[in-house]
Design a protein around this ligand. Structure first.
Ligand code: ADE
Ligand code: ZN
Length: 338
């Protein structure tokens, strides 16, 4: 079996992806037409050409522009359904998907349209393919903590269908500690917690994420390697890092895949997982991310299986489901190398 077939067939997780960042250019153009939203591009190819970024900020500008095409419940359904179809084709068996309501509610899109559309697609994909998916509500770190807390109140009627919360957006100058009360309140409401930290921001933000916010998972976390004591703490506590290699490459967090810290993270005993972030913008789903690392960093088959196992162990799922997925991985990996 060739490596690509092997990796695609692995029962994988995608624990760090943004539904707003999963809109393939063809769907973006279709949704813009359906909702009469003017776009700066007429064709999917022209749009794809625009996916060239200098840094996180230049990406976020396009990403927020793209959010405008999502208006109705059917739009949120279609985007979620399209992602889950692609994830299923990619061999993902469990996904955890961020969506940030503030991009939509600021334009008077009702929160009901967003949540009902996304949740219906999750349920339909589970029935159609057996893929499981959890919803993570993310807030924008470049807005205020009061606005983040307002999001918690808005989602309360759906709280049993939401797995956890996260935070993304412009990192530098917006340290995690600004959101201590928000994270505390989310935890008290029974939600799991994660935060983007150490993508463009410093190791100190990763430290704050675990010490001040006490999050269950760190999204990205690359910068932790600048602080050896922090690496030891993260490794000892087994705190998962949801790393997104192609995202890091396309946003110039690393200048070349061969300099990506994933290898060093594995060697330091960190609990690292590989994820897609915003797949069409960055050129790949989980399989492409793993293959890019395999090629550039000389990851072995055992390393790849470890990364996939870490993903299953880091997922916000019930113990029975975790055991089922781990057994599936063991079966697949055993059969493939036999
Ligand atoms: N929102 C979507 N992708 C993101 C990323 N890589 N960093 C911060 N916020 C994001
Ligand atoms: Zn992200």
């Amino acid at each position: 079996m060739d490596i690509e077939t092997f990796v695609r067939g692995l029962p994988k997780t995608d624990l760090h992806m943004h539904l707003e960042g999963s809109i393939e250019p063809e769907l973006m153009i279709a949704l813009a037409g359906r909702n009469s939203i003017p776009l700066r591009w007429d064709t999917a190819d022209a749009l794809r050409q625009a996916y060239q970024f200098d840094n996180l900020q230049s990406f976020l500008e396009l990403y927020f522009e793209g959010c405008r095409v999502l208006v109705t419940q059917a739009d949120f359904y279609d985007v979620t359904w399209a992602y889950l179809n692609r994830a299923h084709a990619d061999g993902v068996v469990h996904a955890e998907m961020f969506i940030g309501p503030q991009s939509f509610t600021e334009r008077d899109v009702p929160i009901e349209a967003l949540l009902n559309g996304v949740l219906k697609a999750i349920s339909d994909a589970q029935s159609a393919y057996g893929i499981s998916a959890g919803l993570l509500i993310s807030v924008h770190r470049h807005r205020s903590e009061a606005e983040a807390i307002a999001v918690l109140d808005q989602i309360e009627p759906w709280q049993n269908h939401v797995v956890g919360i996260g935070m993304g957006g412009a990192e530098r100058g917006n340290p995690p500690s600004r959101f201590a009360n928000f994270y505390q309140m989310a935890r008290e409401r029974g939600l799991r917690t994660c935060v983007h930290a150490g993508e463009e921001g410093p190791a100190a933000y990763v430290r704050e994420a675990i010490e001040v916010l006490a999050v269950d998972r760190i999204d990205h976390g690359n910068a932790c390697l600048d602080d050896p004591d922090l690496v030891v703490d993260l490794a000892d506590r087994g705190i998962p890092l949801t790393v997104c290699p192609l995202s890091n490459l396309r946003l110039n967090v690393v200048t070349d895949m061969k300099w990506h810290p994933l290898r060093a993270m594995i060697d330091a005993g960190l609990n690292v997982t590989v994820n897609s972030d915003d797949p069409p913008y960055f050129g790949g789903y989980v399989t492409e991310n793993l293959l890019a690392c395999h090629e550039a960093l000389d990851l072995s088959i055992e390393d790849i299986i470890l990364l996939v196992r870490n993903g299953i162990n880091a997922a916000f799922i019930a113990p029975g489901e975790r055991s089922r997925l781990l057994a599936k991985l063991t079966n697949y990996a055993g059969a493939a190398v036999r």
